[in-house]
Design a protein around this ligand. Structure first.
Ligand code: SAM
Ligand code: SF4
Length: 489
């Protein structure tokens, strides 16, 4: 099979069919007429980004995306193994696809991503209607796999790791928005005791700084991208093997004309360097929002999680970041109910929420993942207790958020509009501020399309989860400088 990393020299040619007038793509001995692909993605931004890459590659084989499963020639799932819930949803949807296959014998079904990486072979064996499975490191070879399937290669699973020392790709985008995800590092070397990621995504490998900067420059120049999110499981580890760093990369990206906003996700607190903290104070285009997952406020739980930092270290980091950039907005991830979490350990997390004053949190009950260290720990905590602790923690945090966001009322915030919302029958538009807060507003001209416009909104009400605003100024689709007073919230 062709290279597992970058797909080069793809070999497709195309011609127009004299009878139908349709474009036909030729690869090897096979002809690919226009076909439809339906794709379902579970999990994190990394998975959504991978799906976008897959769809972009499939265009070369004459596939276009459809939202209607019934019209699809190819059905793909991109799976997530982080928690049991995503797993359960995926298995139930995969089961249902057998009805589609009964109606359309030519339908090809593939499963990719984290579940396929570890369980691909078993999946293909168990589900008769599944044609192939592919792991996280063969995403850029999707066309080779689809080719194999159409060539009649039977059922197969590919979950090989890319063994090359270099990680080199070009960002692929299929949407028309001015926002792009740019993968800068893959894999994770941390092995937190609860986490499946190092087993589904492999060892850390970073793209070279020069390559990423060139990639972003092209996205800005040729694709109209104004906002990039640098992606990786632990972006703070970026560049270690090449003597480069995230701080260096952001400093270079900050110089690109036409780029307005730089975000990055996800961070591991242990690897946040002083150099990076300094960049949070200096880089003009770096977002005022930082997502910094703490997981727990208890020293002993953090030890059992193998997180390598203490609550004091984490709070000290928050303080340093706030000193470097007084407008910084922090958010986090919390896992409630780690094996044998005591009431005292749980309360330490509530205390940390008070101290850290996060603008929002993602919180989850602990989910044991097969193969991880914590899954082997004896655990006396009941699931009901876990659920109760999560609900209380969420209501506790909402009160913090409400207080934190109340002063936003009356302020003017700049937002990049990313969609419509319907609130109590009123048609509105919505977008995110630089600090990642959602603001809804009613259009002044009801028929005007505000999608991907930069607008300034005066906040008329602010709740724990979102704000309502009044349109003050519509800047249109491009602004010269995002760096203004209105970009601070
Ligand atoms: N790399 C990031 C870090 O180190 O914090 C996290 C990436 S992980 C894909 C996203 C979030 O899923 C984690 O921050 C954690 O809160 C949650 N998570 C991971 N494994 C989990 C598990 N076994 N049970 C519950 N939540 C989990
Ligand atoms: Fe998982 Fe993040 Fe820990 Fe890596 S750093 S093992 S992705 S939680």
């Amino acid at each position: 099979m062709a290279g597992l990393g970058k797909r080069q020299n793809t070999g497709e040619t195309s011609f127009i069919d004299n009878v139908t007038g349709q474009k036909i793509v030729k690869l090897g001995g096979l002809e690919f007429p226009p076909r439809k692909v339906w794709m379902k993605t579970f999990g994190c931004q990394m998975n959504y980004h991978d799906s976008e890459r897959i769809l972009s590659h499939l265009k070369d084989l004459n596939f276009s995306q459809t939202e209607e499963k019934e019209r699809a020639d190819l059905i793909l799932f991109n799976t997530c193994a982080i928690r049991d819930l995503a797993n359960t949803k995926f298995y139930s949807q995969l089961g249902e696809i057998k009805h589609n296959k009964k109606k359309n014998e030519k339908l090809v079904v593939g499963v990719g991503g984290c579940v396929a990486q570890t369980e691909g072979k078993a999946l293909v064996k168990k589900y008769k209607h599944l044609d192939f499975a592919f792991g996280t490191d063969v995403i850029d070879s999707i066309n080779d796999l689809v080719f194999r399937s159409y060539a009649g290669d039977g059922k197969f699973s590919v979950n090989a790791w890319d063994r090359s020392t270099d990680f080199s790709i070009e960002t692929k985008i299929t949407h028309g928005s001015p926002q792009a995800f740019v993968n800068i590092i893959k894999g994770c070397n941390k092995y937190c005791s609860y986490c499946i990621v190092p087993y589904t995504r492999g060892k850390e490998r970073s793209r070279k700084c020069k390559e990423v900067v060139e990639d972003v420059r092209k996205l800005v120049k040729y694709q109209g991208i104004q906002e990039v999110t640098l992606l990786g499981q632990n972006v703070n580890s970026y560049g270690k093997e090449n003597n480069e760093s995230l701080a260096m990369l952001i400093t270079e990206l900050d110089k690109i004309d036409g780029l307005e906003l730089i975000r990055y996700t996800t961070s591991h607190p242990y690897d946040v360097s002083d150099e990076l903290i300094e960049v949070h104070g200096k880089a003009k285009k770096l977002s005022n929002h930082l997502h910094l997952p703490v997981q727990s406020g208890s020293k002993t739980v953090l030890e059992r999680m193998l997180r390598e930092y203490t609550p004091e270290h984490f709070l000290n980091l928050c303080e340093k970041l706030r000193k470097a950039n007084p407008n910084i907005i922090l958010s986090t991830d919390i896992i409630v109910g780690f094996p044998n979490e005591t009431q005292e350990e749980y309360e330490a997390t509530l205390k940390l929420l008070d101290e850290a004053q996060f603008d929002f949190i993602y919180s989850y009950v602990y989910s044991a993942r097969k193969g991880t260290k914590s899954a082997k720990m004896s655990d006396t905590l009941a699931d009901d207790e876990r659920g109760e602790r999560l609900r209380y923690l969420q209501s506790y945090q909402l009160k913090i958020q409400e207080k934190l966001r109340a002063p936003l009322k009356g302020k003017t915030l700049r937002v990049l509009v990313d969609g419509q919302s319907n609130q109590k029958g009123i048609k509105k538009w919505k977008g995110r501020t630089n600090g990642n807060r959602i603001v809804h507003f009613e259009p002044i001209e009801s028929d005007k399309n505000y999608l991907w416009h930069w607008v300034d909104l005066e906040v008329t009400s602010a709740t724990a989860l979102s704000c309502q605003g009044k349109l003050v100024k519509d800047h249109g689709k491009r602004i010269e400088m995002h760096d203004s007073e209105n970009s601070l919230g």
